[in-house]
Design a protein around this ligand. Structure first.
Ligand code: FES
Length: 484
């Protein structure tokens, strides 16, 4: 795709101009020049400033000589022509649900759209109050053009892009409705999402979420026009976690339980009787198939599982398609298999033969050393969070009767492999099970069950928040779980 662009401001970058023109490219680091995902080709190098040190660190000399730049670093000095590389472009239409095959109909009076509004993917269901779920679909969250995780989105909003992010959320919700076969005009949505997504959709200020003590504007059960937002617990333990817990009926469970939502922000909640302790750890999006060079969400063409035969990976793929990238469940499998086959050592370092070019998974899909470090960081954050939560609660770990893993990491993760790489504790593996997209189930139940809203609210009232950054042991635990 080639586009002609013009700067409007002195410091306009290619990335900011593309965003203004609704051309969304991956920008996992939020435009800080550290991820290398926003590669574009500038036809006439003189139309931009000279490559920065950050670009020289991430691009090869050949790439720079060929006009490749990082869109977030390249400042445009005059009219320019930019080629968007296919790997950099966030797909316009990607996700589950076949638009072409569907007739778009108005939403019936008895219908609502239940939504799990994730940082990476947005999943939805048309729910008929009399008949239940009619259809399901998902779309990519195009806010990814402003960063892969909630921290980058907060930064972008606080840097003045809040309205752009709000408009993207509106477009994505409309796209979701169409993909569900419903006219977005007059559609009613029930939103279960993390606190940052709720704030961005509502157009709230994110100032309070950007600095300690991380104060949200409003996380209550609330209605805003055609949108109903489910309640959350805190700035970083959101409605998606609360609705997932209640959807799994953990709010009614007597015996100790642990719920872990593996997303860009790992959210974990430990319950024992009426006591509920909640925490969150910034994991990054690796287990959502984002933020790594070979990653992709759990959509058509995603590698969901991997086994090794010798030093060769054999992959299984969503929809039986040819593999295009690796989603969360595939990431866990891949790491476990590479460690088991000693292609990655206990420090997470690739064997010498793959050190330079990365491990070839299949076709063009390559797991690089940098990808492995991102996965290690995500794993360490979640596991250190789990251990700190258990420790601070005072609960005996062997009394935990249920460990529920939720998230949009793929069609179910292999728990043994998750434990093998240290993502979840081996000694409570027997209690472990997956809940899939429990957040969407929660939003659906809210539509169908008149008492569900009260359960959500009373659960939020019971929860106490543990701020992991204030626990002295957390950093040491994080480092100790970096190994695999
Ligand atoms: S390097 Fe440009 S967005 Fe990350």
């Amino acid at each position: 795709m080639i586009r002609k662009i013009k700067p409007r401001y002195d410091d306009d970058t290619v990335l900011s101009i593309l965003r203004r023109n609704k051309i969304y490219i991956f920008a996992d680091c939020g435009g800080r020049g550290t991820c290398g995902r926003c590669r574009v080709r500038i036809t006439d190098p003189a139309s931009c400033d000279v490559p920065s040190d950050a670009e020289r660190a991430l691009l090869s000399e050949n790439e720079i000589a060929g006009g490749i730049r990082l869109a977030c670093m390249a400042r445009v000095t005059g009219p320019a022509e930019v080629e968007i590389l296919p790997d950099s472009l966030i797909p316009e239409e990607s996700g589950h649900g076949d638009i072409a095959a569907r007739k778009i109909e108005p939403l019936l009076q008895s219908e609502v759209i239940a939504v799990d509004y994730g940082t990476t993917m947005i999943s939805g269901a048309v729910v008929d109050l009399n008949k239940g779920v009619i259809s399901e679909a998902s779309v990519i969250n195009h806010q990814k053009a402003y960063g892969a995780d909630v921290i980058s989105r907060i930064r972008a909003a606080n840097d003045g892009c809040g309205e752009e992010l709000r408009l993207i959320s509106q477009d994505d919700l409309e796209d979701l409705a169409v993909r569900l076969g419903r006219d977005p005009e007059g559609a009613r949505y029930i939103i279960s999402g993390n606190t940052v997504m709720g704030h961005l959709i509502s157009g709230f200020s994110l100032k309070g979420l950007g600095e300690y003590p991380y104060t949200p504007v409003d996380i209550s059960l609330r209605r805003d026009g055609n949108l109903t937002f489910l309640p959350g617990i805190s700035a970083f333990v959101g409605a998606d976690t609360v609705s997932g817990i209640c959807a799994c009926s953990l709010d009614k469970a007597g015996a100790p339980w642990l719920y872990v939502d593996i997303g860009t922000n790992g959210e974990m909640v430990l319950g024992a009787g009426s006591d509920v302790l909640a925490a969150s750890a910034p994991a990054g999006p690796a287990f959502e198939g984002s933020g790594i060079s070979c990653g992709m969400p759990d959509i058509y063409g995603a590698v969901t599982g991997v086994v090794m035969t010798g030093r060769k990976a054999v992959v299984s793929c969503e929809g039986g398609a040819s593999p295009k990238g690796v989603c969360g469940s595939g990431v866990i499998d891949l790491m476990a298999e590479l460690v088991r086959n000693r292609i990655i050592d206990e420090n997470g370092t690739l064997a010498d033969e793959f050190a330079e070019d990365g491990f070839p998974v299949q076709g063009d899909i390559v797991l690089t050393q940098r990808d492995i470090r991102e996965i290690q960081k995500a794993k360490a954050a979640i596991r250190a969070g789990i251990e700190t939560l258990i420790d601070e609660s005072g609960i005996e770990r062997n009394s935990i009767k249920k460990l529920v893993i939720a998230g949009s990491f793929g069609s179910g993760i292999d728990m043994e492999k998750a434990a093998y790489i240290g993502l979840i504790p081996e000694d409570i593996l027997k209690a472990a099970g997956t809940a899939g997209n429990a957040s969407l189930t929660g939003a659906t139940l809210y539509a169908l069950d008149t008492g569900f809203g009260n359960r959500l609210k009373s659960f939020c009232d019971r929860a106490e928040v543990l701020e992991l950054s204030c626990i002295p042991e957390f950093p040491a635990r994080y480092i100790s779980y970096m190994g695999v």
